[in-house]
Ligand binder design. Structure first.
Ligand SMILES: [Cu+2]
Length: 269
């Protein structure tokens, strides 16, 4: 049920979109969602698709990644959820915006790092889904990686309406209403850095996905670190992405079974 307290102009727009939702998803093979209201308009294909039959070479090399913020991090705003009591009641402590998350040592969380050049694409996507959860009207994880054609389970764990609005440039956009606890499964068919998710009902909800061609990626944790493992010997260009500070790249050469450390530094603006 949609409760009267949620009848806002945004929600009305969402409901109208649902009511008119006779269009089919652009790529029916890429979704199992039954509420898809995405536009069937064409999306330009600017990147090559994963070459069929090309195995992702694997090895035993590791890149240990750290991400740091130089300078003073901006003060995180408190997120006000009073517009939706269902959201607010799930939080006993204040919730802070996560655009920039640093620890006391200046280490940056939620930096997505992947091998941009030097690694081959995987032949097949993992069948294990990545989960993007909405709990307490908050996306978790906020930043994550997923492989091309790997299932993404988008879960609503709240007894309230969320609207999952993804607007990629290279993949098919979608706009899914989840009026109650439920799961929608999606796939992305092309590499794309990054795809942003937002909720039309709760404007503070944002998440970002890096769609990549192989398993060589990671997202820094609260200590500002992640590891990329299973790499064969080679020379790799790593790109690190942070939602406010943009991207940094570095090149690293790994011998067979070697472990190297790479540190990315972002400057506070
Ligand atoms: Cu929401």
């Amino acid at each position: 049920m949609i409760h009267a307290r949620f009848v806002s102009p945004t929600l009305i727009a969402v409901l109208v979109a649902i009511g008119c939702g006779s269009s089919k998803p652009q790529d029916a093979s890429a979704t199992t969602n039954t509420h898809d209201t995405s536009s069937p308009s064409a999306v330009p294909m600017q990147l090559a698709e994963t070459p069929a039959g090309t195995p992702a070479a694997s090895g035993t090399g590791t890149i240990q990644v750290t991400a740091k913020l130089e300078g003073t991090a901006p003060k995180a705003d408190t997120v006000k959820m009073s517009a939706d009591p269902v959201c607010q009641q799930k939080h006993q402590t204040p919730v802070y915006a996560e655009e920039v998350v640093v620890n006391d040592a200046g280490m940056l969380k939620n930096v997505f790092v992947y091998v941009k050049e030097g690694a081959s694409a995987s032949a097949a996507a993992p069948t294990t889904p990545v989960t993007l959860e909405q709990n307490g009207c908050w996306y978790a994880p906020r930043v994550f990686g997923i492989q091309v054609n790997q299932p993404l389970d988008i879960v609503n764990s709240d007894d309230t309406l969320h609207n999952v609005n993804a607007k990629p440039l290279l993949n098919a956009p979608f706009n899914v209403a989840q009026p109650s606890p439920m799961k929608t499964t999606k796939k992305f068919t092309k590499p794309e850095i990054m795809v942003k998710f937002k909720c039309n009902v709760h404007p503070w909800m944002n998440a970002y996905a890096g769609i990549v061609e192989n398993p060589f990626f990671g997202t820094t944790d609260a200590s500002g670190t992640t590891s990329i493992t299973g790499l064969p010997a080679g020379t790799y260009t790593l790109e690190a992405w942070q939602e406010k500070y943009g991207t940094r790249t570095q090149t690293v050469t790994l011998g067979s079974g070697e472990t190297k450390s790479v540190s990315f530094t972002f400057k506070a603006q």
